[in-house]
Design a binder for this molecule. Structure first.
Ligand SMILES: [Zn+2]
Length: 449
């Protein structure tokens, strides 16, 4: 994600839907088709750690209803499964054989799921509603649930460690408009990755990478020139990432969708394979390069904890600089790093905490504790620049590639990346990472020791 300084940052308030204790009658189970007796539905109980494997969403924009068919990890002992559903009105939960028992309390949906050897599939029918800016479905028709607002749009676990594959179908788009979204995300992805955008879209064909990824852009009325300008070299940018890291992980078609986030919100969001860029930033190739890089870091490999946020934004800010320098030349690269220096200086002069990579896991609130900000983005970028100056691209790049290939579709810690820099690149970056990312200061040396 990248939202400029004029953006109204993601709001801090969480709307607690006061729908307490809506336990349902379980109804009568249908007989099993195999003739084996069907276990009666268990009472609902809480278990937020139950892994979500697959999320199939069907959403109706006219009735504002959704159906989520969710595959959960099987369990032979536990019968609980919980979901974040803060902004949802639950209409029913069922399995193939009939209704399941559930309860909704303080935004958490608890379901009683019969034990099973393999995956357990449940269907949740719900209503959703429009939310405040950047907290779900927004007024202008696009969605954004990063970092933990997915429960305003579909039943989910916002914890980025729990990835899920997605299928999405959006119906009842208003006449004259199109809803643009990926129908499938085929490898485990963080819950904040899925999104859609509704508007009067025109599709622009950008070209195809060496590895066969077809690139597109969708723009709103009057946005054709900006879309063209911002994506003019996107094929080269994507070729750079695919060559340096690995093939694009989210299917054969990718690109940018222009979204109306309002006058002050300059930036984008990593909704791969169709990332969102605000209409006012659509012409900016730096933003496009940034969001594109999230296909590998932030989405393709997701942070295991919010404390590992620098694994997403620090790495991506560095990759953005590498790609821009490679494709647009050294002068543009110098300009970009000067811009980064200004952002770093501004962040250092600000009031947010100065640690880019806090210790622990699951303790920090990325918004309230202000980890979301340029300390993580810019200290992360400059750390990698210092690492590159020490190791050379010839050793750093294969380390990043090895890390990506090992962790594609998985959650990883920033430490895992440092471990691979050591094993593949032959350099122990612990002290340099501590100096840049775990201390409040900015190291005077621009090269790792
Ligand atoms: Zn980003």
């Amino acid at each position: 994600m990248r939202i400029g300084r004029h953006a109204r940052l993601v709001g801090l308030g969480i709307v607690i839907l006061a729908a307490l204790g809506c336990a349902q009658d379980d109804g009568k189970d249908k007989p099993s088709t195999t003739g084996t007796p069907v276990e009666p539905p268990p009472e609902p109980s809480a278990d937020l750690s139950r892994n979500i494997q697959k999320t199939r969403l069907t959403v109706d924009l006219s009735t504002m209803t959704g159906t989520a068919v969710i595959d959960l990890a099987g369990s032979l002992t536990g019968t609980g499964a919980s979901f974040e559903a803060t902004g949802l009105e639950i209409e029913g939960v069922s399995r193939a054989e009939g209704p399941l028992k559930w309860a909704l309390s303080q935004g958490q949906l608890d379901v009683g799921v019969p034990t099973s050897q393999g995956s357990a599939q449940i269907t949740i029918d719900y209503k959703f509603k429009e939310q405040a800016q950047f907290e779900g479905l927004m007024e202008k028709g696009s969605t954004l649930v990063w970092p933990y607002f997915c429960g305003n749009l579909f039943p989910c676990h916002s914890d980025p460690a729990d990835g899920t594959t997605f299928e999405l179908t959006v119906t009842s788009t208003p006449a004259g408009m199109t809803t643009v979204y990926p129908s499938t995300i085929g490898i485990d992805a963080p819950p904040y990755q899925i999104a859609w955008a509704t508007g009067s879209y025109t599709k622009l064909d950008i070209g195809t990478t060496f590895q066969g990824t077809h690139l597109v852009a969708y723009y709103l009325p009057g946005g054709g020139t900006d879309a063209q300008k911002g994506t003019e070299r996107l094929v080269d940018i994507m070729n750079f990432y695919e060559t340096m890291l690995a093939g694009y992980p989210f299917g054969g078609e990718a690109g940018a969708i222009a979204v109306d986030w309002g006058a002050g919100a300059y930036g984008g969001m990593e909704h791969h394979p169709l990332w969102h860029v605000s209409t006012i930033a659509m012409a900016d190739p730096w933003i496009q390069a940034h969001e594109a890089a999230h296909g590998w870091f932030g989405d393709g490999v997701r942070p295991a904890c919010w404390e590992d946020f620098v694994l997403s934004e620090g790495t991506v800010s560095y990759l953005e600089a590498r790609a821009i320098t490679e494709v647009f030349g050294a002068d543009e690269g110098t300009k970009l790093w000067a811009h980064y220096q200004t952002r770093l200086n501004t962040a250092m002069a600000g009031t947010a905490p100065k640690i880019a990579w806090p210790e622990g896991c699951g303790e920090v609130d990325i918004l309230k504790d202000q980890l979301f900000g340029d300390i993580a983005y810019m200290k992360g970028a400059f750390f990698f620049r210092a690492l590159e100056a020490k190791m050379g691209k010839a050793k750093l790049d294969p380390s990043l590639k090895a890390f990506f290939l090992k962790n594609k579709g998985k959650a990883a810690h920033f430490q895992d990346l440092l471990d691979i820099v050591k094993s593949v690149g032959g350099y122990d970056a612990s002290a340099c990472a501590a100096a840049w990312l775990r201390s409040e200061a900015v190291p005077a040396e621009q090269v790792c020791p």
